[in-house]
Design a binder for this molecule. Sequence first.
Ligand code: SAM
Ligand code: DTB
Ligand code: SF4
Length: 330
Amino acid sequence: MSHAAVLSHTTPQAKPLLFHAPTWTVEAVSALFELPFTDLMFRAQEALRANFDPSAIQRSTLLSIKTGNCSEDCGYCSQSKRYQTGLDAQPLLSTEEVLAAAQAAKEQGAGRFCMGAAWRGPKEKDLPAVMEMVRAVKALGLETCVTLGILKDGQAEQLKTAGLDYYNHNLDTAPEFYGDVVTTHTYQDRLDTLQNVRGAGLKVCSGGIVGMGETRQHRVGLIAKLASLDPPPESVPINNLVPIPGTPLAGSEQIDIFEFARTIAAARITMPRSYVRLSAGREQMSAAEQALCFLAGANSIFYGDHLLTTSNPQMDRDNALFENLGLHGV
Ligand code: SAM
Ligand code: DTB
Ligand code: SF4
């Protein structure tokens, strides 16, 4: 060992007094994407194994509690009222309906129940009903998550008092591409909501979508932005675009599976203690493609026959996949 190396291991100055997570610049994330594929997978497995049981997969079940008729123009979404997607809109479900779905999810083995509403954001009059749902689901012993859009000051605190664990609000893509996908709200609106959620002491679930016609640099930008949130989100959903006929992004070119796996690996390496979720788009993937995503460091899935308005693999198919790969759900 060189003198300098010995010094750096023994001098007190070499030991930082406080632990600081590394800051992930766009350049540093870009360098990860450029690695040879097998090196990237290896780095992702190292990061996963340093922090998690690599064969334990967190399972969240989704329910759409209010469907369609949304004022926003997100170019990927079946629920915007601006696009003819043939969706059957539904007003807010009752707590009884939500509770029955949560009970079934619990019996099937889900650990978390996520409730999604097609709102720009909740109105004051909407919150008490959602809070009642959160209380009821929490009382079943499930972790709770809601995704309701942009929150106004004080709303995150109200949800916290109802026992909410996680708030999902995705950054979805890089800041410079966001305006190509959505024009009715801004990237800054999304960052502000994430800050409100953090400020209320809730756990953050935030990720994005790939396959919207973005460049690799935009995928890099998304991961760098998520990883630079301080602290980073506890849960990071990576969605593969589910093309919805009638939406502006319906004709986007499908992303190459290796590029998708690279995005998952970059999320794993830059946010090593977070759950990285292989999210929408799983139904269109083969078992081998999903296994590649687990090798890339994904350790969470949506579990249940439905996402919000589109379908997800049947639970018995997922159970068979887990059995085959020696994975277990948590
Ligand atoms: N309205 C709220 C909002 O926009 O934050 C919550 C529901 S919204 C449907 C939640 C997330 O689902 C979006 O941010 C996006 O990441 C994802 N999503 C929606 N449609 C999708 C699609 N067609 N393919 C992949 N992901 C999609
Ligand atoms: C997330 O990142 N993906 C979920 C959840 N958070 C709310 C939603 C996926 C939606 C896929 C298209 C649909 O079913 O409408
Ligand atoms: Fe509305 Fe959310 Fe869909 Fe955007 S993603 S149109 S805000 S439901």
